[in-house]
Write a protein that binds this ligand. Structure first.
Ligand code: ATP
Ligand code: MG
Length: 551
């Protein structure tokens, strides 16, 4: 990475370094992660979490988890619990757990202060009238007929709004800034709206709720946040963020808003609203369906916190939006798992192999390594006898070009065992393969003297006598493009199949991960597995579609 790129990656840290030098915040760094509890967090939020908590950690500061609960209609306790769990699971701890709703009194006072300064007014126009009065990028807005109300009248009306005298939508409080501003956000934005809703925290105390643009800077300031990191779509709101803090005037060293690019993954939904629709439509098994790009979903699928944190570090923090290849996240998952999980032999689409020259009632125990890159992870015993299963993908009756696995007349190595040769294919009545009659060469045992010939293919096997059948769930992309290029639900995204496995796999507990040799990484599903009867999710396959750039 060039110095220039490094600098770009850390542009937020550069700003913080400067602030630390000038001493504006007394060398303190306080950040916050402020989700609205209106759904489960997704992989995009992971970027914000890693950035906010990671930045605070780097500077020895703190990061608050703050629920932006200013919109009671869409929020609930299940989402709150899920968000807390996700942040903890990613490996972070918050300095304080905060609620925007705890600050409603201060927000109300701030709004009164703005009114007193002649900087806010009560508007009786309807939402549509306000919208059309706002103008466009090329046309200035028009002033509301209620813009000239006196401070006294505004204070009284605002108080009456709070006291429940008016219906939803009949009045709003607006900032009085500039209806001709080139920045539409500055054309008298709405600060408070009426909503007769019971709030989970404040009950029926309030029937007016602050809008994001008023609430957010105040939340940050109350908590002593120094650097308020948010995504690029808020760049045009920054003048308003600063306007609020400056004009409310309660805080001497107001926080600084800094924008960074959202994380977008190709073919992946990163919007809580759209993810909620998949859940509500029953297309997935809840928010934590292993196909979902939610943190709960990828956790259930078997992704690790370390892999997600590495991924967020790799993508860096940029000022321009870009779309990231999901293969990069999967690469990070593989990189982490390859050093930590043990291998097991499992075959899918099993094909029976009979070793005709192996004694009928003999069984031997072969020693297989648990992780070929980590001898310290030890070995395990795998049984071998006359009848075996191999993977359907490892046999072709009529081999294609360059096929080096088993086919009639060919010899391959069974990993950790012997060379075998396929001599004859037995068929069922319908023509399908019933079993393969093979012979083995006792002189080729793994770990013994080097055989006098080489084979090109190595395949794996399980012993038919002891193999156990396990359910396996493989996944394709949850979303796919339709003929118009729109992202739509992929009905083939879940493929339920089964495999034959070495028997020790049955004792796997929910959350245990393995490499199924030559297939991929799998984890026992946390919801579907029962003691002695695990159900496995494929976390990722072994092959990577994404290659790290050359250094
Ligand atoms: P959604 O549309 O999914 O609800 P949001 O931005 O409205 O997303 P919030 O709950 O408001 O979600 O987000 C909390 C924090 O996470 C915000 O600071 C927001 O900027 C950040 N965030 C949300 N989505 C992304 C993303 N794709 N990449 C980076 N940060 C994100
Ligand atoms: Mg939102």
């Amino acid at each position: 990475m060039s110095e220039n790129e490094k600098e770009n990656k850390n542009f937020i840290w550069n700003i913080i370094d400067e602030d630390n030098q000038s001493g504006v915040y007394g060398g303190k760094v306080i950040t916050r992660f402020p989700p609205e509890p209106n759904g489960y967090l997704h992989i995009g939020h992971a970027k914000s979490i890693c950035l906010n908590f990671g930045t605070a950690e780097k500077y020895g500061g703190g990061c608050n988890l703050r629920f932006d609960d200013t919109n009671p209609a869409k929020e609930n306790a299940e989402y709150v619990r899920a968000i807390e769990e996700d942040v903890k699971w990613l490996g972070f701890s918050w300095k304080s757990l905060c609620w925007a709703s705890d600050y409603f009194d201060t927000m109300y006072e701030a709004a009164q202060e703005l009114i007193r300064k002649g900087l806010a007014y009560v508007d009786d126009q309807s939402a549509d009238e306000i919208r059309s009065g706002r103008g466009t990028l090329t046309k200035p807005g028009t002033e509301s007929p209620f813009r000239g109300r006196s401070v006294e009248e505004n204070l009284r009306l605002f108080e009456e709004m709070k006291d429940g005298k008016y219906e939803d939508g009949s009045k709003v409080l607006r900032a009085k800034i500039d209806m001709a501003s080139p920045n539409i956000n500055m054309r008298d934005p709405v600060l408070y709206r009426i909503s007769h809703q019971t709030h989970h925290n404040t009950g029926d105390k309030w029937c007016i709720y602050p809008m994001y643009d008023l609430a957010h800077p105040i939340e940050d300031a109350i908590e002593g946040v120094t650097h308020s990191l948010c995504t690029l779509e808020f760049e045009d709101h920054r003048p308003l963020y600063n306007w609020v803090l400056e004009n409310v005037g309660f805080w001497p060293n107001p926080p600084k808003q800094i924008e960074f690019a959202r994380l977008e993954l190709a073919n992946t939904i990163t919007s809580k609203r759209k993810l909620k629709k998949l859940v509500d439509d029953g297309l997935v098994d809840g928010w934590d369906d292993p196909r979902m790009p939610t943190i709960a979903g990828i956790r259930r699928r078997g992704f690790t916190p370390a892999a997600i944190r590495n991924f967020c570090e790799m993508i860096g923090v940029a000022k321009a939006n870009s779309t990231v290849d999901p293969g990069m996240l999967e690469h990070c998952v593989r990189e982490d798992l390859q050093d930590h999980v043990e291998s097991r032999n499992v075959v899918e689409n099993p094909v029976k192999v009979i070793i005709t020259n192996y004694p009928e009632d003999q069984t031997e125990l072969l020693e297989l390594e648990n992780n070929r890159n980590h001898p310290e992870m030890g070995t395990r015993k795998v049984s071998f006898s006359r009848e075996l299963y191999i993977d359907g993908a490892d046999f072709m009756e009529v081999p294609v070009k360059k096929y080096f696995r088993l086919f009639p007349g060919n010899e391959v190595r069974l990993k950790g065992a012997y060379f075998i040769t396929c001599n004859e294919v037995m068929h069922n009545e319908d023509g399908s393969v019933k079993e393969l009659l093979c012979t083995y060469d006792p002189a080729t045992k793994s770990g013994g003297p080097e055989p006098n010939r080489k084979v090109k293919g190595t395949i794996h096997f399980v012993d038919a006598k002891t193999a156990v059948k396990i359910p396996i769930r493989n996944f394709e992309n949850l979303m796919t493009a339709d003929e118009n290029g729109e992202m739509v639900f992929n009905p083939d995204s879940l493929q339920e199949t089964f495999g034959y496995a070495e028997p020790s796999v049955l004792s796997a507990e929910a959350g245990d991960r393995f490499q199924f040799f030559r297939h991929g990484y799998y984890m026992a599903d946390s919801k579907l597995s029962k003691p002695g009867a695990p159900v496995f999710n494929r976390i990722v396959g072994l092959k990577s579609s994404w290659k790290p750039p050359k250094k």
